[in-house]
Design a protein around this ligand. Structure first.
Ligand SMILES: [Zn+2]
Length: 277
């Protein structure tokens, strides 16, 4: 009889182990699926933006974006002095990154942190990250928005050089190199690599990065109040010729409170503020 109990216990034990293993396998594969889903969501959001010609991934092709009459920025670009920038210069919160001015492949901000603000996903992805100073300012902004009963979410912050490359490769695979270069960023040219940019959104636009964000209470509030916290709408309406990008009411760039105030009050772009129009 004693052997029977021992055998029964052993069987129960084995069954428990099998159940446990199956569960953990299930959890792992579910996690993988979620990650896949997130990536494809992310990319399909970009597809939407491509359709709207209103991309956040440097995707909006704007022909003749630079006025050939005043070329100071392009002339300046010929020398590319920023290619020999020191780390300190690259870490300047007023650093200009755009279609002419890129960041080195190996530039990764040294003070990236995960801001305590809501994201529409739970995974610990690098796109949560921002530089310390910008992250603190973002937390303040979100706290105020929350006080005003707004439903604001952060969607995409830091984007590594490698990630920019893989997004570009995705477009190449899907549409060929020529089309890819028209709809996606060349690696190093995304402002998200600075760790100073964050795309924000709201459930009302299904967490997408779309121009209609402007019409939501959250979008309206951001437009009026982001500067108080040191952020600017980096790609304002009707400034495409200067920034090279169509209107992106969701793309916030940290520049510090004083510059943000001037840029907001005078209706400038970062290029104009820095004298590179
Ligand atoms: Zn953005």
């Amino acid at each position: 009889m004693r052997y029977f109990y021992i055998a029964a216990l052993a069987v129960v034990f084995v069954i428990l182990i099998v159940i446990y293993k199956e569960n953990s396998l299930l959890t792992d594969s579910t996690k993988e699926e979620n990650k896949e889903m997130l990536l494809s969501d992310y990319l399909s959001t970009d597809d939407e933006k491509m359709k709207n010609k209103n991309g956040d991934l440097d995707s909006a092709p704007i022909k003749n974006s630079i006025d050939k009459g005043k070329q100071s920025q392009e002339d300046f670009a010929k020398d590319k002095p920023w290619e020999s920038y020191t780390e300190e210069q690259l870490d300047d919160v007023l650093l200009l990154v755009n279609k002419e001015r890129d960041l080195p492949k190996d530039y990764v901000p040294s003070d990236l942190v995960d801001p305590n603000v809501p994201f529409p996903f739970i995974e610990e992805l690098a796109q949560r990250l921002m530089r310390q100073e910008a992250a603190t300012a973002l937390e303040d902004l979100f706290e105020k928005a929350n006080d005003e009963n707004l439903n604001l979410y952060a969607q995409s912050g830091y984007r590594s050089y490698e990630r920019q490359e893989s997004i570009f490769a995705y477009y190449v695979e899907r549409s060929g190199e020529e089309k890819a270069s028209r709809v996606s960023a060349n690696a190093g040219h995304s402002e998200h690599q600075t760790g100073l940019a964050m795309d924000v959104t709201t459930p009302e636009v299904n967490f997408q990065l779309v121009t209609s964000f402007e019409d939501t209470p959250e979008g309206q509030w951001i437009k009026e109040n982001a500067a108080q916290f040191g952020f600017i709408i980096r790609y304002p309406k009707d400034k495409e010729k200067i920034t090279g990008y169509q209107y992106e009411p969701w793309h916030l760039r940290f520049v510090g409170k004083e510059p943000a105030k001037v840029i907001h009050e005078q209706g400038l772009t970062l290029e104009e503020y820095l004298g590179f129009e």
